[in-house]
Design a protein around this ligand. Structure first.
Ligand SMILES: Nc1ncnc2c1ncn2[C@@H]1O[C@H](COP(=O)(O)OP(=O)(O)OP(=O)(O)O)[C@@H](O)[C@H]1O
Length: 337
């Protein structure tokens, strides 16, 4: 059975998260402190949409993906799948079905591919678990179709290879094929290209763009790399210290960034982490405080535009122009005035 023969999917957002929050207890055995990994994130992923989640290391991007994949419980907030709260899913079967529909692809495909089994194992295992409707012969055919779809040819030959016989880019393609074996609606791709050479990255980004059309799948694309987000994403969300500080159409956010953090990212380097690696810490001010953070804007210690209110009032993510929002008191003042 191919994607073309699957039942039609409902319109409206596939995933919607409201006030998504995840705190961790830290600080020794007693866990007296609270690390705010993700705080009050609002997010929607529409059908066939590619949404980029951008931010420097530690800003909470992977935690957002893990919450959406139900790998972590939420501290607060709710995730809705086609309008239905995920918290209301009952029993193993409903949860398994959700996990089938919302798949994760990780940065390092070695983490999801066993070195002792050939490529066929990862894909056929997924098909056996999630596609009980297929016979053994149909499973092999479908595995070959998926490998062809992700550009690994000839599929029969690739099926017999072991992960170490493949390049990094090829392994990542196997990771996508294994995720697609579940016929997902959303793929949460956590830095899928960051370990690959720049020349290989573009092929993977093009693959994501093609898969959304051919397999009717949406992506949350987590990355450090603004250029790749601009290349592939419809919408972009910029995270800083567990919060979304700017969101909107990718082109618009990058052409007219409204939050000082996004502006800094764009002016400093195409890769947010390069900012830390290539410059002394003094150049960009203090790193954000996410353990027991105080009220006020978390970017304030590094912000060149901060005004007194930033110290005491956390700026809400407010819409500045239709579809384009920023969590910044100064940007809001400029818009209203
Ligand atoms: N299980 C955990 N226990 C305690 N703290 C955690 C845990 N998982 C994540 N964190 C913390 O939550 C914050 C956000 O981490 P997260 O991995 O989501 O960031 P990220 O933006 O994805 O960074 P990276 O790009 O390095 O993966 C970090 O301060 C991290 O140390």
């Amino acid at each position: 059975m191919t994607a073309a023969s699957t039942p039609p999917r409902p319109d409206g957002p596939v995933l919607r998260a409201t006030n998504l929050t995840r705190h961790f207890r830290v600080g020794g055995r007693l866990g007296r402190n609270t690390l705010h990994a993700v705080d009050g994130v609002e997010l929607t992923i529409g059908r066939r949409e590619i949404v980029a989640l951008v931010g420097e290391s530690g800003s909470g991007k992977s935690t957002v993906a893990r919450l959406l994949a139900m790998l972590h419980p939420v501290t607060a907030g709710e995730i809705h799948y086609h309008g239905r709260p995920v918290g209301s899913l009952r029993g193993r079967r409903q949860r398994l079905d959700y996990r089938r529909r919302v798949q994760m692809v990780f940065q390092d495909p070695y983490s999801s591919l066993s070195p002792v089994y050939p490529v066929s194992h990862a894909i056929v295992r997924s098909l056996r678990l999630h596609r009980g409707d297929l016979s053994t012969t149909e499973r092999t055919k479908e595995a070959e179709r998926l490998l062809g779809l992700v550009g690994l040819t000839p599929p029969g030959e690739v099926m017999r290879k072991y992960p170490h016989e493949l390049s990094g880019g090829q392994r990542q393609r196997v990771g996508f094929a294994a995720a697609l074996a579940c016929r997902p609606e959303v793929i949460l791709a956590d830095e899928p290209v960051s370990m690959l050479d720049v020349s290989i990255r573009i092929g993977l980004l093009n693959l994501m763009a093609r898969l959304r059309e051919q397999e009717d799948v949406s992506f949350l694309y987590i990355t450090h790399d603004l250029a790749s987000a601009r290349y592939v994403a419809d919408r972009m969300m910029v995270m800083y210290a567990g919060q979304v500080v700017e969101s909107g159409p990718a082109e618009q956010v990058l052409a007219d960034p409204r939050h000082p953090y996004t502006q800094l990212l764009l002016s400093a380097a195409p890769d947010p982490d390069a900012m830390r690696e290539e410059s002394g810490p003094d150049d960009y001010g203090e790193p954000p405080r996410v353990v027991d953070p105080e009220e006020g804007c978390r970017f304030r210690p590094r912000c060149p535009l901060a005004i007194p209110v930033c110290e005491t009032v956390t700026p809400p993510l407010g819409e500045l122009t239709p579809g384009h929002s920023a969590a910044c008191h100064v940007a809001a003042l400029h818009t209203s005035g």
